[in-house]
Design a protein around this ligand. Structure first.
Ligand SMILES: [Zn+2]
Ligand SMILES: [Zn+2]
Length: 271
């Protein structure tokens, strides 16, 4: 075991693990896999997505098919987690008592691109609860490794970071579709809202009304005060030459950028 001062181990582990687990959901599962808002090298995609997976976000195929369904039926019958079916349902109960079921065949039609990826296919167990059990098992193994290599304080920092990161998507699915919170900038045709405290906690995902208005945009915080930590990360990756084909709301793209992004998206979904 590596000998580290307990306070340092806890704080560094908390900060790194919160950022990595949260980014896995927002940048990995959401902006890269679900919406193809940008392209990163495959090794980096796996590294980012693994943060979400080991933060208990579950099978990427399950997550992305559920999320694409959410956009297709937003706040209508068929939406997997709308607060119109109950607040607790939208926060978390939809996971174990869903009001709409998706078969493995429907999921294959919803995310054909992910079914072609060997790793995402491997982590997927035919759209059953075994998806979740496999994710839980590997996540526990990961934390056992943290304990043996870095000690108990690093493990506690990881657990707290994971819990905070896990709360982000739960609040996006619920609070960001409730009119008691936040504000609406765009008429997106659903109940989506921009909520600042959810955005802060979830690295920018709380600018959810902007997201529903421009689902493929890599940038969710569109106004000066709408801090979007995931977007800042994307800009850093772009500067490092690690992110390309970054999609933005049409008004912010030139015609040639839009055309190039459109082509890239088609290719990545087909390949
Ligand atoms: Zn939504
Ligand atoms: Zn989305």
């Amino acid at each position: 075991m590596i000998n580290i001062d307990p306070t340092t181990a806890f704080l560094v582990s908390f900060a790194l693990c919160y950022y990595w687990h949260a980014l896995g959901g927002t940048l990995g599962y959401h902006r890269i896999l679900s919406h193809k808002s940008l392209v990163v090298p495959k090794w980096l995609e796996y590294l980012i997505v693994s943060g979400g997976y080991l933060g208990l976000e579950g099978s990427p195929i399950f997550w992305v098919s559920t999320h694409r369904r959410h956009h297709r039926y937003s706040d209508q019958p068929g939406d997997p987690h709308t607060p119109r079916d109950g607040v607790w349902h939208s926060v978390i109960a939809w996971m174990w008592s869903p009001k709409t079921q998706m078969t493995s065949e429907e999921s294959q039609k919803m995310v054909p691109d992910l079914y072609r990826d060997p790793l995402y296919k491997l982590l997927h167990c035919k759209h059953t609860h075994w998806d979740g059990f496999l994710c839980l098992f590997l996540s526990i193994l990961f934390r056992v490794a943290i304990f043996y290599v870095f000690g108990i304080w690093a493990l506690l920092g990881n657990i707290l970071g994971s819990i905070v990161a896990f709360c982000g998507p739960l609040l996006v699915n619920s609070v960001c579709h409730m009119r008691q919170f936040g504000y609406e900038t765009y008429k997106a045709g659903d109940g989506s809202r921009n909520v600042w405290f959810v955005a802060l906690l979830s690295l920018g995902e709380g600018w959810h009304n902007n997201h529903h208005a421009f689902p493929q945009s890599a940038r969710h915080g569109l106004k000066g005060h709408e801090i979007d930590a995931t977007w800042i990360t994307i800009k850093v990756l772009e500067k490092l030459g690690l992110a390309r084909s970054i999609r933005l709301p049409k008004s912010e793209m030139t015609d040639s950028e839009e055309l190039a992004a459109e082509k890239e998206m088609e290719l990545s979904v087909k390949s």
